[in-house]
Ligand binder design. Structure first.
Ligand code: GDD
Ligand code: MG
Length: 329
């Protein structure tokens, strides 16, 4: 039996365009961007595996071809991975329906769905337990934010029952938002039109609520981030390295993460959760703080790099100072 109770299947939604991360997402889809030593999707798969999930479908669309060469059949990660490819993006609802076809779900079986850009410390077993105890049809993970306008605003009553689902509204009526991790009963799929472009947030959740289906929310107060902007991506990488989060189980807390294939001069100072990736070269007397130096980038001597992303194969010339930049595209 899976360690989260009963649920051992999941869909990862990894087909979005990642527009807010351009130019980083020009050739690399957002979920394949490397933070804290691995693609975002790998962090998610490892968390799912630790929670007892054994079968995962990646629902892909934009730059779909880059996922399979990296993740293969999943055995390297202790899970089985299949790939659902949308010729044209089907939206989050269509992507769930399309991906679920590869999961071989039985009647009344529950499964997880993850947005592909979220890093969270929440306990999947607690979410599964709430789902079971409420006999819910959908159980959403919720988190609190100061400004809910960028998110799905999800008010709940005192029992955790979802009252409404309001995607990206101008004047949010609650501080609890959709954190992008759901448990669905298989039957919910019958409400998603097959092969059509549909938004789970804008169309399907409101429709389920109007049908008085039972939707519950688990409000989690722990770590949560959507890494959909450059600033958030740097923060997520840094947080994973500096302060490995309960249940995320990344590498033990450390000041920085240097890939074994990187070359860093002894006199360089790498700190504040920086990640130096494979093939990167860091010269003498360089200081790097709170930054990602991507694969095969070169940081020449006496440079300072703070809170920045240095693009793959780019070169920071000797004596540069780079702060708060996306550099090298
Ligand atoms: N396969 C596939 N096809 N995946 C898609 C598609 C599609 O057409 N469109 C989006 N996705 C994936 C993205 O790759 C991402 O992993 C996830 O679905 C959510 O899309 P985003 O574009 O990141 O949405 P968002 O951040 O604006 O809003 C969503 O996440 C918020 C939390 O981070 C919504 O679910 C909000 O309700 C939520 O609050
Ligand atoms: Mg997002």
């Amino acid at each position: 039996m899976a360690s989260n109770g009963l649920i051992n299947k999941a869909i990862l939604l990894v087909g979005g365009k990642g527009t807010r991360l351009l130019p980083l997402t020009k050739e690399t889809p957002k979920p394949m961007l490397r933070i804290a030593g691995a693609p975002v999707t790998e962090h998610q798969i490892r968390k799912a595996q630790r929670a007892g999930i054994t079968e995962i479908v990646l629902s892909t669309s934009y730059l779909a071809e880059v996922f399979e060469p990296y993740f293969g059949d999943g055995s390297r990660f202790g899970v089985s991975i299949k790939y659902a490819v949308e010729e044209t993006p089907l939206g989050t609802g269509g992507a769930i329906a399309n991906g679920a076809k590869l999961l071989d779900l039985k009647d009344s079986e529950a499964f997880f769905i993850f947005n592909g850009d979220v890093i969270s410390g929440h306990d999947l077993a607690a979410q599964a337990e709430l789902h079971r105890s409420k006999r819910a049809e959908v159980t959403l993970l919720l988190t609190r934010v100061k400004d809910a306008r960028q998110y799905g605003c999800v008010p709940v009553d005192e029992t955790g029952r979802v009252i409404d689902f309001l995607e990206k509204m101008d004047q949010p009526i609650a501080d609890t938002i959709n954190a992008g991790c759901y448990i669905f009963q298989r039957e919910v799929l019958d409400q998603i039109p097959d092969g059509e472009v549909t938004s789970i947030e804008r169309e399907i959740f409101p429709k389920l609520l109007s049908q008085r289906k039972s939707l519950f929310g688990l409000v989690d107060e722990g770590y949560w981030i959507d890494m959909g902007t450059p600033e958030a991506m740097l923060r997520a990488s840094r947080d994973l390295i500096l302060n490995p989060i309960t249940n995320l189980g990344a590498a033990p807390s450390q000041d920085s993460l240097i890939h074994q294939g990187a070359e860093v001069d002894n006199s360089a100072e790498i700190n504040d959760g920086s990640f130096i990736d494979n093939g990167a070269n860091v010269g003498s007397n360089v200081t790097i703080s709170g930054s990602i130096v991507a694969e095969n980038a070169i940081i020449e001597a006496n440079s300072v790099v703070i809170d920045s992303y240095i693009a793959p194969k780019s070169r920071v010339i000797s004596g540069s100072r780079i702060e708060g930049e996306i550099f090298g595209f």
